[in-house]
Each structure stands twice: as structure tokens, then as C-alpha cells.
Design a protein around this ligand. Structure first.
Ligand SMILES: NC(=O)c1ccc[n+]([C@@H]2O[C@H](COP(=O)([O-])OP(=O)(O)OC[C@H]3O[C@@H](n4cnc5c(N)ncnc54)[C@H](OP(=O)(O)O)[C@@H]3O)[C@@H](O)[C@H]2O)c1
Length: 260
């Protein structure tokens, strides 16, 4: 059985840890009280960054701002044949390869998950060298499938992924919150409005994925001529709903690109 190390165990690290199931994982972070709590709640074993880095499969889950400090620390321990998975926006596989002193064909995977991984409904986009195929890729996909849907993308598209799926849970939560506030304004209880909005978002996503229809077509199915929905859609379009979202994602993508 392959050993797994997880360096940095905050929001994403804990989401990944949950999805990894029963196998023992060596986890490291600086806050020892938090590390102890995480290990007690899971099957994980507390270790040092060096111990986690020396495993067969390594997840680097510290913030990108920590890379300058953590990469030189772990580089001597990362094995040449390890599967090394990192999560930071803006850092290319090539940059990581050189910072870790690994060979050209090393199995380094740039993974961009999102927080719904914590409930097995995440999106996990990944970029990897062309040599990462066959059994190695199959092992990786099998390991992470319990966390959500996997998408292999080109390295050049990873910043776009950050804008569309890595950061987008925040936009969806903002929309649910806004709908809940609007519901309260119209007389519903906060809890009822929030649950209705969340369930509607879940149902729409399910319907879109199952039908394969264009979202505009599904919108038109709700929008009867001269009806209530048409009034709401008119205001959203007039106030620049799509343009605002596209502008926000553009800013997110640019921020990601500047992080490496
Ligand atoms: N959160 C998201 O929605 C999301 C989505 C997609 C991708 N990501 C990516 O996932 C990565 C982790 O993000 P996050 O949101 O999980 O951050 P986070 O909650 O702040 O977790 C970072 C973890 O790193 C640990 N850490 C910091 N310095 C360390 C060091 N020198 N040695 C060992 N551990 C150290 C921190 O614990 P201590 O302070 O105890 O050391 C903490 O457990 C980032 O690259 C981020 O870009 C996050």
C-alpha cells in the first residue's frame, strides 16, 4: 500500500483528508493542537513536513504564500518516484519541478479542487506532464474520485479553472445569501428562504448536467411570456448580471496568474 503525506491541513487539506478514506495519512502543520485534533478525528498520523514529504504520494496543501519557505524545506525529502500533488494557483508544474529538483518526467500534478470536495461533490481540475498517463494517472484518479468530478486540463488553462471552479463556490454562496435576504424581505423566514435557494441551485445543476441543454434554453423554460420570471430576468440583465460575473472571474483569473 502506498504511503500518503499531506503537508498543511487547513480547509482544503482537511477536505482532501476526508475523501482519502481509511488508509493512514501522515499529516503535518505548525499548529500542534489543531494537528492533534485533526488526527484524532480521522485515521491520520501526525508528522513533520519532512516525514510527509518522504511518502509515495504527497499533497502540498499550504497557501502559495508559504511556498518560498516550505519548498526548500521539503525538497531534500521528496522522492524521485513520488506522485507530488500541489494546489497553489499560478505555480506551473515546470516551476515546481525545478524548485523540488526533480527530473523532467517526475509525476507532478497541479490540482485545483474546490471546497465542495468536503462533501464529495467537488470539482478537481488537474494539469500534469504528458508522461503522466496509464497506471499512474489511473491511481491518481481512483484516489481522488471520492472527492468529486475530475477534469484533466492543459497547464495554460489552470488560471481559468481557478476563476470558474476553484473560487466559484464563493460566488454561488453569495447568490444563495442574496436570494435568502430577498426572501426575508418578501416575508419568508431566513432558514426557509436559504434552504429553498440552496435546493434550487442543486436541482438546477443536476438538471443541466443530466439534460446537457444550454443554460439559456433551461432559463427560457422558466420564463413565460409576460410572466413573473421575465420581470426578474429583465432587471438582472439591465443591471449587468452576466457582465459583472464575467468581470469578476476575469479579475480572479488575472490574480491567479500573478501568484506564481
Ligand atoms: N480554500 C479554497 O477554497 C481553495 C480552493 C482551491 C484551491 N485552494 C488551494 O489550497 C491550498 C490550501 O488552501 P486552504 O484554503 O486550505 O488554506 P488554509 O486553510 O489557510 O490552510 C493552509 C494550511 O497550511 C498550514 N501551514 C502553513 N504554513 C505551514 C508550514 N510552514 N508548514 C506546514 N504547514 C503549514 C496551515 O496550518 P498551520 O498554520 O498550523 O501551519 C494550514 O493548515 C492553497 O494552495 C489554495 O490556493 C484552496
Amino acid at each position: 500500500m502506498k504511503s500518503i503525506g499531506l503537508i498543511g491541513c487547513g480547509k482544503m487539506g482537511q477536505a482532501i483528508l476526508k475523501g482519502l478514506g481509511d488508509g493512514t495519512v501522515i499529516v503535518s502543520r505548525r499548529n500542534q493542537a489543531e494537528l492533534k485534533r485533526i488526527c484524532e478525528e480521522s485515521n491520520a498520523k501526525a508528522g513533520t513536513n519532512a516525514e510527509a514529504a518522504a511518502c509515495d504520494i504527497v499533497f502540498l496543501c499550504v497557501k502559495p504564500q508559504q511556498y518560498a519557505h516550505v519548498l526548500p524545506e521539503i525538497a531534500p525529502y521528496v522522492r524521485k518516484d513520488a506522485l507530488f500533488i500541489y494546489l497553489a494557483p499560478g505555480f506551473t508544474v515546470e516551476t515546481m519541478r525545478s524548485k523540488l529538483n526533480l527530473a523532467q518526467d517526475a509525476n507532478i500534478v497541479h490540482l485545483m479542487p474546490n471546497t465542495p470536495c468536503a462533501v464529495g461533490a467537488g470539482v478537481l481540475a488537474y494539469a500534469a506532464p504528458a508522461s503522466f498517463t496509464g497506471d499512474e494517472e489511473a491511481t491518481f484518479v481512483k484516489l481522488l474520485s471520492p472527492l468529486g468530478a475530475l477534469f484533466r486540463v492543459e497547464e495554460k488553462d489552470m488560471n481559468a479553472v481557478v476563476g470558474v471552479s476553484g473560487s466559484s463556490p464563493a460566488y454561488f454562496y453569495m447568490m444563495i445569501d442574496a436570494l435568502a435576504m430577498a426572501g426575508v424581505r418578501a416575508g419568508l423566514s431566513r432558514q426557509a428562504a436559504q434552504n429553498m435557494a440552496a435546493q434550487t441551485m442543486k436541482g438546477c445543476a443536476e438538471m443541466l448536467l443530466r439534460s446537457g441543454k444550454h443554460p439559456g434554453m433551461l432559463r427560457d423554460e422558466v420564463m413565460s411570456p409576460g410572466g413573473t420570471t421575465a420581470e426578474a430576468v429583465y432587471v438582472l440583465e439591465k443591471e449587468g448580471f452576466a457582465g459583472t460575473l464575467m468581470e469578476a472571474v476575469d479579475r480572479c483569473v488575472k490574480k491567479s496568474a500573478g501568484m506564481g
